[in-house]
Design a binder for this molecule. Structure first.
Ligand SMILES: [Zn+2]
Length: 443
């Protein structure tokens, strides 16, 4: 059976239902304590596997990846602090954010003063627990609300961190979807955060659903999905796949896509890549507020993809950027902070982006000496039967005129001021009438 085109599937998706399914997956993954390595990541990838058949890779501790080394693997079973009465006042089982992520194991009695040296709070949001990590500096610690911190009594405390830091592996997931071309679109998301929803369960779950939907259609490009720990994961993948990386012709880092803020697109380092134009057009088309910002060498894994040695055309499409919402990296980035509707709007935007990418071809007008006679070819029937006959007529004329092997459909859309979908519709009609032929670029 012939698979459908993405443009057809996009219109047949029940977005409200998809939003609910995505939110359900966010809820399922929320309790897991993840980090840059360890069983939390494996458990997470195993829950994704039934939806998209990703490959799970393990890279041993100590593997040299460019200027870095794959760190020791961190796992945690339990952690708590008890007061002098033996009451658990901080309990990992109540929230995995209570533990400084990558804390070394410890069991000891401490004074209040010593304990305070290992506690992290957020004085500006005294009810919230902060999310803190110490990946590359051996330490132990707990994160608590500032209100609780203020009430701690001067007594002795019993500290227990049942964690392990041992040689093991860095785990990441990869899903490769083969299209007609070996040229690839990269979709990269980090998977290293514990119970935090927008950053970055939303990105993970959206990537899973993009994989699921894109598997159902005929694709021009191949798609490579990476589910990796932030920074060390992209460095590891790039180091292991240095040669393959040049196949990546377009890419997006998916993060923070479940909150209610406007969309923000951070451009590629190149700044004028096709993906930059495509996302810009899709945002314009979405008729919602948005921001487009220039590349800067901070943020998520685009930093590695856009390092000068690779300089891949990879941007980052999010809603509110990290650090620009107070809930970021706190216990308030929870299941109330994201919702099904926001997830589904993000899904629709991403699919629109990939649809434009997939269809953004160059054509050759097969009748370039003056205009073809539209009536004789039955084209006025198409025009007359169209909801906006004036616009489709213009779209046909623009597409015929600019299909000289140099302009993509997106170029034609931008120059004419007509929607990409209308130009695509015109191109489809003209191909059917043998007035256009796809322009094959010789490599
Ligand atoms: Zn983060």
């Amino acid at each position: 059976m012939q698979k459908t085109r993405l443009k057809e599937m996009i219109n047949s998706i029940d977005y409200a239902a998809a939003g609910n399914q995505m939110y359900q997956l966010v809820s399922d993954l929320y309790p897991i304590c993840r980090s840059i390595t360890g069983n939390g990541v494996r458990k997470t990838l195993n829950k994704i596997k039934p939806i998209i058949p990703l490959e799970v890779n393990e890279v041993p501790t100590g593997t040299k990846v460019f200027d870095w080394n794959v760190p020791q693997e961190w796992n945690i079973q339990d952690a708590w602090v008890k007061n002098s009465k033996g009451e658990k006042i901080i309990d990992f089982k109540k929230s995995n954010l209570h533990v400084l992520n990558y804390s070394a194991p410890i069991r000891k009695k401490v004074t209040l003063n010593e304990l305070k040296g290992h506690l992290y709070t957020l004085p500006d949001h005294p009810d919230w627990i902060p999310y803190r990590t110490s990946y590359y500096q051996k330490n132990w610690g707990f994160c608590i609300s500032h209100n609780q911190f203020a009430e701690l009594k001067d007594e002795s405390y019993d500290v227990f961190m049942d964690s392990s830091l041992e040689d093991g592996a860095l785990t990441f997931g990869e899903f490769h979807l083969k299209g007609a071309s070996s040229d690839e679109v990269l979709i990269s998301t980090h998977i290293c955060h514990p119970s935090l929803c927008n950053d970055n369960l939303s990105g993970m779950v959206l990537s899973v659903f993009l994989g699921k939907y894109l598997s159902q259609v005929t694709l021009k490009y191949s798609y490579r999905f990476l589910f990796i720990p932030g920074t060390i994961g992209s460095i590891t993948w790039l180091s292991l796949n240095e040669k393959k990386a040049s196949r990546i012709k377009h890419g997006l880092v998916v993060a923070c896509v479940g909150d209610s803020g406007n969309f923000t697109y951070k451009k590629t380092r190149q700044g004028n890549a096709e993906i930059d134009k495509v996302v810009g057009h899709a945002l314009q088309n979405s008729q919602k507020g948005f921001d487009i910002i220039d590349f800067f060498p901070y943020g998520y894994d685009e930093r590695q993809y856009c390092s000068p040695g690779f300089d891949l055309p990879v941007g980052c499409l999010m809603r509110t950027p990290h650090n620009e919402y107070p809930e970021y990296h706190t216990s308030a980035d929870n299941l109330e902070f994201v919702n099904p509707e926001n997830l589904s709007t993000s899904l629709a935007l991403y699919l629109d982006v990939f649809n434009i990418l997939e269809e953004n071809k160059k054509y050759m007008n097969q009748n370039p000496m003056c205009e073809p006679q539209l009536g004789r070819r039955g084209l006025y029937q198409h025009i007359g039967g169209h909801a906006d006959s004036k616009k489709i007529q213009l779209a046909l004329l623009w597409t015929l005129n600019l299909s000289d092997g140099r302009h993509t459909l997106l170029d034609i859309s931008e120059r004419s001021g007509l929607d990409f979908s209308l130009i695509l519709e015109a191109a489809d009609i003209l191909v059917e009438k043998d007035l256009l032929k796809e322009h094959q670029i010789q490599n």
